[in-house]
Design a protein around this ligand. Structure first.
Ligand code: 6PG
Length: 249
């Protein structure tokens, strides 16, 4: 099974396996960045972490782009130092930033080694400075890359977190039911303001979360990843295992 389905601003692209899904997502993100670079001097990409993205990042890094004009931000980070195995920065550094030779000044990491609240404030300040934002403005990223947790979380917005209702802030500290518990996350208003969202989900363990996100009534407090359905332009890249409960209908 390989194909795209259109529902207004949301499409899903289902690939036969993990590698094909990584490849499709990487090509999509690269095309969006190329389009952004044709329109503006630089392009901005906010990336997620966790276990899923590595093969996608490796493919993305291998695509010839003017990487020196691409700025990398994070959707979320765990409160760990950058050399920690759990660091989303470390994952991206190894699989995307170093292989693509993205210059250090384009890498806007969240300082996981700081206390999460201080790191969130510092990150919001870095974003405001980069995008030259006034007090109430939100940044508009060219591409926001999202993942999906088994409990339907996205970014570090876990079910029931009051941060899910925040549409005006840029970044916040979140205390989540996962290891490590302290995280820094972009807030929903920023995810929704992005020009494009590319969600990448693989593995049978995500099938029920995918089903809930697509089939249950909109209730982001219960299924935070449903926020992606309210983006301007969202494509979900899945392998057949993750999409299994969609195709059954
Ligand atoms: C993180 C991520 C997170 C991720 C989902 C899915 O720091 O954990 O950025 O939001 O997208 O948890 O993660 P997996 O790919 O590990 O399942």
């Amino acid at each position: 099974m390989n194909g795209s389905r259109t529902q207004s601003n949301v499409r899903s692209h289902i690939s036969p396996d993990v590698n094909a899904a990584a490849d499709a997502c990487a090509r999509h993100i690269a095309a969006l960045l190329e389009q952004a670079l044709a329109e503006r001097r630089s392009a901005t990409l906010a990336i997620s972490g966790g276990a899923g993205p590595r093969p996608m990042f490796e493919r993305l890094a291998a695509i010839p782009l003017v990487w020196r004009n691409v700025h990398i931000f994070w959707v979320d980070e765990r409160a760990v130092p950058p050399a920690d195995e759990r660091s989303n920065y470390k994952l991206a550094e190894e699989s995307l930033i170093r292989p693509a030779r993205i210059p250090g000044e384009n890498v806007h990491r969240i300082r996981g080694e700081m206390k999460a609240e201080a790191a969130a404030l510092a990150y919001a300040g870095d974003i405001r400075a980069f995008f030259k934002l006034d007090d109430n403005q939100l940044p508009v990223f060219d591409v926001v890359h999202l993942g999906l947790g088994e409990n339907a979380h996205t970014a570090s917005l876990f079910p029931g977190d009051p941060l899910i209702d925040d549409r005006s802030g840029i970044a916040a500290a979140a205390h989540v039911d996962a290891e490590p518990p302290w995280r820094v996350t972009l807030l929903p208003g920023v995810l929704l303001a992005a020009r494009h969202i590319a969600a990448h989900v693989t593995g049978a363990g995500k099938a029920e979360a995918v089903r809930a996100v697509f089939r249950e009534p909109f209730d982001p407090n219960k299924y935070p990843a449903q926020l992606a359905h309210r983006g301007h332009d969202t494509v979900w890249f899945m392998d057949a295992a993750a999409a299994r409960l969609l195709s059954a209908e």
